[in-house]
Design a protein around this ligand. Structure first.
Ligand code: AMP
Length: 177
């Protein structure tokens, strides 16, 4: 394993984006720094091997960016979890609560194979609601969630309780403003 990379140095913190009261953790600085990006992708690869996951499922859209190179390196299937209405084939669908209102995510039924162990990947875990719904989608298809990986975790939003059934790994945690 490489030495720890100081991800905090390349994550921009933007107060009031996309709306007042939110401190936005911008991961584009990771993508623009090849060493930082490699560090993150290598950790996903390592984690996937450790959990003996057979495939990776990624959450639209920033999850795709981190998961795709890891799946390529592992020669593992990559499953896209997308916002409602984006996938053309038959899907599993899950509805979940947002701060205001609800949202829906989908996955192609044909991509979820019963009995397969899947690592779920996103850029950041806030409340954990999106990842929780994504776990439900994979389970609807008979797959097993081997674990959840995100580059950034905001544990002060209590995602641990929402995702309590699943092993969660994050590379850097922020503890509120
Ligand atoms: P949640 O379902 O609350 O865990 O929200 C997770 C999704 O919203 C992730 O895909 C993040 O990309 C995005 N997100 C939520 N809060 C933030 C934040 N403070 N900074 C950056 N992205 C966020």
């Amino acid at each position: 394993m490489d030495a720890e990379f100081d991800l905090d140095r390349v994550i921009r913190k933007v107060p009031g984006f996309p709306k007042p009261g939110i401190l936005f953790y911008d991961i584009t600085g990771i993508l623009a720094d090849p060493q930082a990006f490699r560090y993150c992708v290598d950790r996903i690869v390592e984690h996937c091997r450790r959990l003996k996951a057979q495939g990776i499922a990624a959450i639209e859209a920033r999850g795709f960016v981190f998961a795709a190179p890891a799946a390529y390196l592992l020669k593992a299937p990559l499953i896209l979890v997308r916002k409602r209405g984006k996938l053309p084939g038959p899907t599993h669908r899950a509805r979940f609560a947002l701060e205001y209102g609800e949202d829906e995510i989908e996955v192609h039924r044909s991509d979820v194979r019963p009995g397969e162990r899947i690592l779920l990947v996103d850029d950041l875990i806030a409340t954990g609601g999106t990842l929780r719904a994504a776990c439900g989608l994979l389970e609807q298809g008979g797959a097993a969630v081997a674990g959840i990986f995100a580059v950034v975790g905001l544990p002060f939003l209590n995602y641990d309780s929402v995702l309590a059934q699943y092993p969660v790994k994050t590379l850097i945690q922020y503890h509120g403003e």
